[in-house]
Design a protein around this ligand. Structure first.
Ligand code: TRP
Length: 434
């Protein structure tokens, strides 16, 4: 079984709330225990700088989020758990990707477009208040993902476009410099609940309707008691479908408990009583984690040491990989290899990254060609041709028709090669011309 790499980042600009826990933290911690999966969870503090200019908030949020993941049961020995800003390879790769990413692609990013639309509607300059950081957000995020060659990226629906952009950037880089990156895929878990907030809309920092995950018990109780309900009196049957209270309860309760609550709704439980039940259910689940959370919040040096160790682990992958990428783009030791040769050859891509046809004349006076794949393996060794023109025509036909042209040309593949390898090589050559 090939190991699947699953990676996700959490922007460190806020305080974790119940919605984050149910929607991201809990499913991720569960997934990290699955066999055959290598998990990468990181604190996206570079991304936080795009959202806030408040240094104290970035620091506090980074600690809070790290403490939350640890309290929720993430095992830093089993997964890669690190802080983005401890991995200098991420900003380095961001630059490489910046140089292969079309500006037009970034123009189409939803978050950027939303800012432009808002400005336009308000009669302001389109880019008013838009930093280059916001514009570049998808590139930094692509670097986060493909630096570790993640296969799967669990995200919310609002992030799907960013994963598609990461694929685009990875493919552009691969196309230009050879196959270095895995193309990542978003995974959206439809079973994961989106929690409603205090006012019944989606729980979100931007609506200011959140219940902080680790609010002290008394505060948690006060917040739950303030949940929006309708005006139905005790004894009147209540509707579970539209009830934020019921949905939050369901996200924490067992199916049996949920069923019991459904019946209590039908038989007219008083809102006050239902709120009390929700509060107790939440507190039962949260209290043990809250104790661990409080421990980490009061021992930040432990958290610091944990993420630093995580960075070491992550960099054991990232540093050598980045050396390879540096060499691929041409940031090389000047004394290495074919610097002089490449001046003479020039051209779009260096030869070694593309398949190539070599034509030559043998002592028997005939003209031959061979086809080498991008990695240098022999795909085809031709038979002899009387005329160089016939040799060239055969190459032209192979380029146009691929493996289908083999039989009519009376040619056969090299031992160990395949029709697929031939077709792939021809496609790569066609692409390189465009
Ligand atoms: N943009 C993500 C969010 O706001 C956070 C993030 C940063 C991320 N880098 C990532 C998510 C890489 C997944 C993979 O939710």
């Amino acid at each position: 079984m090939t190991i699947q790499r699953v990676l996700t980042g959490i922007t460190t600009s806020g305080t974790p709330h119940l919605g984050n826990y149910v929607g991201a933290v809990r499913p991720a911690v569960q997934a990290s225990h699955r066999p055959g999966v290598q998990s990468f969870y990181f604190l996206a503090d570079y991304h936080a700088l795009i959202k806030t200019g408040d240094p104290a908030r970035v620091q506090r949020s980074t600690l809070e989020i790290a403490a939350t993941w640890l309290a929720a049961g993430l095992d830093p020995d089993k997964v890669f758990f690190y802080r983005q800003s401890d991995i200098p390879e991420i900003p380095e790769l961001t630059w490489f990707l910046t140089c292969v990413c079309g500006k037009g692609l970034l123009n189409r990013a939803h978050a950027y477009k939303a800012s432009v639309d808002k400005n336009t509607a308000a009669g302001a300059e389109p880019d008013d208040g838009v930093t280059a950081g916001l514009f570049m957000y998808p590139v930094l995020m692509a670097a986060d993902i493909i630096l570790f060659n993640a296969h799967k990226v669990p995200v919310g629906r609002d992030q799907i476009q960013h994963i598609e952009m990461a694929r685009d950037m990875a493919a552009s880089f691969n196309h230009l410099y050879g196959e270095h990156f895995t193309l990542p895929e978003a995974i959206i878990d439809d079973n994961v609940a989106t929690l409603p907030g205090l006012d019944g809309r989606k729980m979100s920092k931007s609506y200011d309707n959140t219940i902080p995950l680790f609010a002290p018990r008394e505060e948690l109780k006060k917040l739950v008691m303030g949940l929006l309900t309708d005006s139905r009196a005790p004894g009147e049957p209540k509707d579970t479908e539209v009830s934020a209270l019921f949905q939050i309860y369901q996200a924490f309760a067992s199916p049996q408990e949920t069923e019991a609550m459904r019946q209590a709704y039908a038989s007219g439980i008083a809102w006050g009583e239902a709120k009390q039940m929700l509060f107790e259910r939440l507190d039962t689940e949260i209290a043990p984690m809250r104790a661990a959370y409080t421990h980490y919040m009061t021992h930040p040096e432990e958290v610091e040491a944990i993420v630093k160790r995580g960075a070491e682990k992550a960099r054991a992958i990232a540093t050598p990989f980045t050396s390879r990428l540096r060499a691929a783009v041409g940031l090389r030791n000047l004394a290495d290899g074919s610097a002089a040769g490449s001046v003479v050859k020039s051209g779009k891509a260096t030869k070694s990254e593309l398949p190539s046809f070599k034509q030559y004349r043998e002592k028997d006076g005939l003209f031959y060609f061979k086809l080498l794949a991008a990695d240098g393996t022999l795909v085809l060794q031709s038979t002899g041709f009387d005329q160089p023109k016939a040799c060239g025509a055969a190459i032209g036909r192979l380029q146009a028709e691929g493996a289908a042209a083999l039989a009519p040309l009376g040619q056969t593949l090299a031992a160990g090669s395949t029709a697929d390898a031939l077709d792939t090589a021809m496609a790569a050559l066609r692409d390189a011309k465009n």
